[in-house]
Design a protein around this ligand. Structure first.
Ligand code: SF4
Ligand code: SF4
Length: 135
């Protein structure tokens, strides 16, 4: 099995394409939508994890391209040096996907890597540089 994290950039005339349901039905992959900003008569962005057999995932990428939809693959992952974190919460204010949250009982930072969009905003917000993106 292979999992990729992908950002899709829909051009104006493609936002009505039922892409996600087609991928699931046609290629037998799992699609976990992490972030979507798509509305009629606008370009749109969708970030998702796609999981399936390697050949199916490759076929998905070809299909997406054939639909005229551009994509970027996230090859990096976020590294949190938890032992150096002072749990100030500054990174939670910039995280667009709620991957970073403060536990309301312990007031400690919690990181849900499944929700992370690998956008890197937290790496700039952290005063101690304990967040970094690595390949
Ligand atoms: S890289 Fe940081 S700011 Fe961006 S989604 Fe992941 S945890 Fe949130
Ligand atoms: S900004 Fe840095 S030090 Fe503060 S909670 Fe986030 S990771 Fe920890």
């Amino acid at each position: 099995m292979k999992t990729i994290k992908i950002s899709l950039h829909y051009p104006l005339n493609s936002i009505t394409v039922p892409l996600v349901s087609t991928l699931i039905r046609k290629f037998n992959v799992e699609v976990n939508i992490l972030h979507a900003d798509i509305s009629l008569n606008k370009t749109g962005t969708l970030v998702a994890d796609i999981k399936g057999e390697e050949a199916d995932v490759e076929a998905v990428l070809t299909y997406i391209q054939d639909q005229g939809i551009q994509y970027d693959l996230f090859n990096k992952k976020l590294i949190w040096q938890e032992e150096s974190c002072v749990h100030c919460g500054a990174c939670t204010a910039v995280c667009p996907s709620d991957a970073l949250t403060m536990n309301k009982e312990t007031w400690c930072l919690e990181f849900d890597k499944e929700k992370c969009l690998v956008c890197g905003l937290c790496t700039k917000a952290c005063p101690l540089n304990v967040m970094s993106l690595q390949a």
